[in-house]
Design a protein around this ligand. Sequence first.
Ligand code: CA2
Length: 150
Amino acid sequence: MSSPLADILVINGPNLNMIGTREPEIYGHTTFADIEKASREEAASLGVSLDWMQSNHEGEIVTRIQSAVTHNRALVINAAAYTHTSIALRDALGLFSGPKIEIHISNIHRRETFRHRSMIIDMCDGTVAGFGAMSYQLGIRAAAHLLSSQ
Ligand code: CA2
């Protein structure tokens, strides 16, 4: 379970734990562990605390978003393939009233048509997509900015 009241929870959906091992032409060579490390460094430099989770299970992500209502102040979410399919994640995000940033490593609008639709886009304050691993740092910056202007 997360530490109480970490400022930002970064949520990672299915298969993101495999990043850096396959399809480097789309997702780059940076590993998931590298992305977590860079994200924690970014958060530290901004003076915000960070929780980090990854799950391949939709219900587990829904449960973690529900617990974020009392444990976190902002969400940064790469819902991976669930971005394009999950009404359950969309509904869970509706429970969370703090800042929410959708992120993607790739530019989903340059890819297959089925990736152009996001079920969560209008539940979020903004979207960062297409900047590779740096999308995480940019998403954390955006969340910290929204928290500081609350
Ligand atoms: O670009 C992104 O960040 C995505 O959220 C990544 C998802 C994809 O389904 C979304 O459309 C866009 C895929 C996550 C991981 O997929 C892997 C595929 C091959 C090797 C390793 C990971």
